[in-house]
Design a binder for this molecule. Structure first.
Ligand SMILES: *Cc1c(COP(=O)(O)O)cnc(C)c1O
Length: 424
C-alpha cells in the first residue's frame, strides 16, 4: 500500500505529521509527492473492470481519487477519529455533497440559523431551486428538538459559529438527534480537531473548509467530508443512495461492502465521480503541509484571540465582543484548549466608526478569509452576511458597526498597538 495508515497508535501531535503518509515506495521521497496525473495505468482488463465497480484497491482517474488527495483524506480521518474521508474542492462543495447524498427533491432537514454566510446562501438556494427543504432552528437542543418531524433527514450545525465564535451545545444536540435516529452533520471548520473532535460528542458526519485553519496560510481553497461510521444506515430505508443497491455498479450494496463507511462511499460516488468537484493534488499538498503544525498554531491563535478580545472589551469605543471567555464553564467542558480565534466586535460609533477603523489598520488585512497566520478583519454586513436581511443579521449579532476578526499568529502586543492607533 502506498500510504499505510499508521495513525491508530499515535497521539494527536504525532498524527498531524505522520497519519496517512509514509516514504514514497518508488523514490523514497519523504514528503508526499504532488501526483499531477489524471489517469493510472491498469495491469490488465480485469483490473480496470474491478476498480470500476469498487472491487480491490487502486486509482483509476483523479476526479474520483488521487494519491496526494488520498493522503490528506487518510490524515483527516485519523485526526477526527472517523472511518474515512473525502477530499473536495471547497468547504462549500463539502456541504453541497453531504446534502445531495442524504436528500433528494421533496426531502427536508433541520439547520442551525447560525451558520457561515455562504452555507446559509447555499441552503436557501437549494430549497428554492431543488426543493430540498430547510427548516431553521436555533443551535440549542430545545429548538432543534422542536423543529424535528418524522420527515427530518438530517440536522446541520456548526460546532463553533462563524463569525461569533459561540460554542454550541454539541452533546445536548446529539442527544436529541440520537433519540430520533437522525444523522447529525457538523461543520467543524472553526474548531478543527485540535480544539474539538465532534465524533466523541455524538456527531455522525463532519465537514471542514480546509481553506481556513487546516491550511493555515491562506494559500489554498479546499474541503473535506469525514464519515464517523456511527450511523446505522441499514436500519433506515430513507437514504437510498446509501442503503439500496447501485444498479450501474453491478448492484453493489454499500452498507454491505463498506459497512463502516457506507456514507462516504456514497458521497464519493455521487459527489466526486458524478458531480466532480474534486480537490486538486497541489491544494491537497499545501493543506497537508499546513496540518503538520496545526496544534501549535491553534494554541497560539486561541491565546492571541483571548488577549485581543480582552483588550477590545475594555476599550471605550467598543460596545461588545462576542468571543466567549476562556473561563466559561460550557466552553471549558467542550473545548478545554480554547474556542478559536474568530469573533465579532461591535463599535459604539456604528458604520462610520467601522469604516474609519478599517481604513486605519496597518497590520490587520482587510479581507474575507479566516484562519490564516496573518490577522484579518472584515465587515460582515456588507460582505460575508450581505445576503441576509437586516433583521436576520441583527439576530445573529451583526450590525452596521460590527467587524469580524480572525486573530493570527503575530506578536499580540503589535496587534494591540495597531488597534490602539486605529481606534483613537
Ligand atoms: C469558509 C467556510 C465555509 C466554506 O468554505 P470554502 O472553503 O470557502 O468553500 C464553510 N463553513 C465555514 C464555517 C467557513 O468558515
Amino acid at each position: 500500500m502506498l500510504f499505510p495508515d499508521m495513525s491508530d497508535h499515535f497521539r494527536f501531535a504525532t498524527q498531524v505529521i505522520h497519519a496517512g503518509t509514509s516514504p514514497h515506495k518508488g523514490t523514497g521521497a519523504r514528503v508526499t509527492p504532488i501526483f499531477h496525473t489524471n489517469g493510472f495505468v491498469f495491469n490488465d482488463l480485469e483490473h480496470g473492470a474491478d476498480l470500476f465497480v469498487l472491487k480491490g484497491k487502486g486509482f483509476t482517474y483523479s476526479r474520483g481519487s488521487n494519491p496526494t488527495t488520498a493522503a490528506f483524506e487518510a490524515r483527516m480521518a485519523a485526526l477526527e477519529g472517523g472511518t474515512s474521508a473525502i477530499a473536495i474542492a471547497s468547504g462549500q462543495s463539502a456541504l453541497l455533497v453531504i446534502l445531495l447524498t442524504l436528500c433528494e427533491s421533496g426531502d427536508e432537514y433541520v439547520a442551525s440559523r447560525q451558520l457561515f454566510g455562504g452555507s446559509l446562501g447555499l441552503l436557501k438556494r437549494m430549497d428554492k431551486r431543488l426543493g430540498i427543504k430547510v427548516i431553521w432552528a436555533d443551535p440549542t437542543p430545545e429548538s432543534i428538538a422542536a423543529a424535528i418531524t418524522p420527515k427530518t433527514k438530517a440536522v446541520l450545525i456548526e460546532t463553533i459559529v462563524n463569525p461569533t465564535g459561540q460554542v454550541v451545545d454539541l452533546t445536548g444536540i446529539s442527544r436529541v438527534t440520537k433519540a430520533v435516529n437522525v444523522p447529525l452533520v457538523v461543520d467543524n471548520t472553526l474548531a478543527t480537531p485540535a480544539l474539538l473532535r465532534p465524533f466523541e460528542h455524538g456527531a455522525d458526519i463532519l465537514f471542514h473548509s480546509a481553506s481556513k485553519f487546516l491550511c493555515g496560510s491562506g494559500t489554498a481553497i479546499g474541503g473535506v467530508i469525514i464519515d464517523g461510521g456511527s450511523f446505522n444506515w441499514v436500519k433506515d430505508t430513507r437514504y437510498p443512495l446509501i442503503s439500496e443497491p447501485w444498479e450501474d455498479y453491478d448492484d453493489i450494496l454499500l452498507t454491505q461492502s463498506f459497512p463502516d463507511k457506507a456514507f462516504s462511499m456514497a458521497a464519493r460516488l455521487i459527489g466526486l465521480r458524478e458531480l466532480g468537484p474534486g480537490l486538486s493534488p497541489t491544494n491537497a499538498f499545501l493543506i497537508l503541509m499546513g496540518i503538520e503544525t496545526l496544534p501549535l498554531r491553534m494554541q497560539r491563535h486561541c491565546d492571541n484571540a483571548q488577549k485581543i478580545a480582552a483588550y477590545l472589551r475594555t476599550h471605550p469605543a467598543v460596545d461588545h465582543v462576542s468571543l466567549p471567555d476562556s473561563t466559561d464553564e460550557h466552553v471549558k467542558k467542550l473545548c478545554p484548549k480554547g474556542s478559536g480565534s474568530i469573533f465579532v466586535a461591535t463599535l459604539k460609533g456604528g458604520l462610520p466608526a467601522a469604516t474609519r477603523l478599517l481604513s486605519r489598520l496597518k497590520l490587520f488585512s482587510h479581507l474575507v478569509n479566516i484562519g490564516e497566520s496573518r490577522s484579518l478583519i472584515c465587515h460582515p454586513a456588507t460582505t460575508t452576511h450581505k445576503q441576509m436581511s437586516e433583521a436576520e443579521r441583527h439576530g445573529f449579532g451583526i450590525d452596521p458597526g460590527t467587524l469580524r476578526f480572525s486573530i493570527g499568529l503575530e506578536n499580540p502586543e503589535d496587534l494591540i498597538k495597531d488597534l490602539e492607533q486605529g481606534l483613537k
